[in-house]
Ligand binder design. Structure first.
Ligand code: HEC
Length: 277
């Protein structure tokens, strides 16, 4: 019957209204309804409070025995007993470990106060100017160039090409044109774009246009400071190799280089750093 139906509908609406009112976020003087009180009022310990549960009565627990804190070297601590070198301490090994820790500590704290380290983590000097050269505390040797080549071929070659001329597959489809690293402006240290510190900053932070458009992504998440300098050193190696003559190449590497040149420049540049110097 029409009348009963209307009453049922009204009753239904009233019920739904009752369920929906008093939900979270509504203002009410009454205590909130708790449908699952164990989720709201779960048992927990607050910091710095007493606990009947643990034998020592403390709610805050000590780290599990043997936990190694971040930045802690078990080697060094084992060699010391009460601040003095332990009976098994080997002074040479201790000195090596201490030097390693000092280096690691410097990196973690981004401390560039050691001689020749200025700008190691920023690419800029104390006045905020881009460094024209890689910090002298970093030895530019074959190992560093090798590291730089690996990082460049992994992260940069997709756009810039293995040879740095801008012919990478992703670069071809990229929304902004790719530069050529052999453009004199990337070699002239009197210009911003030719300074090692600027190239370092491009690796870590990318390139933004004056309108804020991100033209090149930064790789700071994937390439740490040391590796960023390694990439800069490798870029310099690429630039130098472009001007290199076969007579610059040590005899031992000549044959290898000639084979590579026959294979074409599209292949990764995997000549040994010595051959490229
Ligand atoms: C996704 C593509 C892409 C990748 C990957 C990429 N770049 Fe770039 N890069 C660009 C583009 C595009 C530009 C040109 C930006 C502009 O128009 O100023 C550029 C510019 C540069 C410049 C010149 C900056 C200037 O101010 O003229 C340098 C140096 C450079 N990239 C180095 C690198 C290095 C080193 C890597 C690897 C860590 C890398 N790029 C990875 C796209 C890329």
């Amino acid at each position: 019957m029409q009348h009963t139906r209307t009453i049922l509908i009204l009753a239904g609406l009233a019920l739904a209204g009752g369920l929906l009112s008093g939900c979270r976020g509504d203002r009410s003087d009454k205590p909130p309804r708790q449908f699952f009180p164990d989720l709201d009022d779960s048992p927990k310990f607050k910091p710095q409070t007493k606990s009947e549960f643990f034998a020592d009565g403390r709610s805050m627990r000590q780290p599990v025995a043997g936990t190694v804190a971040f930045g802690y070297s078990p080697l060094v601590s084992q060699s010391f007993e009460g601040g003095k070198p332990g009976k098994d301490a080997n002074p040479e090994a201790m000195a090596m470990v201490s030097a390693k820790i000092a280096a690691e500590r410097g990196r973690l704290l981004k401390d560039d106060s050691a001689p020749g380290s200025e700008g190691m983590f920023t690419g800029t000097d104390r006045k905020g100017e881009f460094l024209s050269m890689i910090p002298s505390a970093l030895a530019v040797d074959a190992a560093l160039l090798d590291r730089g080549m690996t990082k460049f071929n992994t992260y940069c070659a997709v756009c810039h090409g293995y040879d740095g001329k801008g012919g990478g597959a992703v670069g071809a489809a990229w929304s902004y044109p790719l530069p050529n690293f052999y453009d004199p402006k990337y070699e002239d240290r009197a210009q911003k774009t030719g300074k090692d510190g600027y190239l370092f900053s491009v690796v870590r932070n990318g390139v933004y246009g004056p309108d804020g458009a991100n033209k090149m992504p930064g790789y700071g998440h994937a390439i740490n400071e040391r590796d960023a300098w390694a990439v800069v050193a490798y870029l310099r190696t690429l630039q130098a190799s472009e001007k290199g003559k076969m007579s610059d190449v040590p005899d031992a590497q000549k044959a290898q280089l000639q084979t590579q040149m026959l294979q074409g420049a599209s292949k990764p540049a995997n000549a040994t750093p010595e051959a490229k110097k």
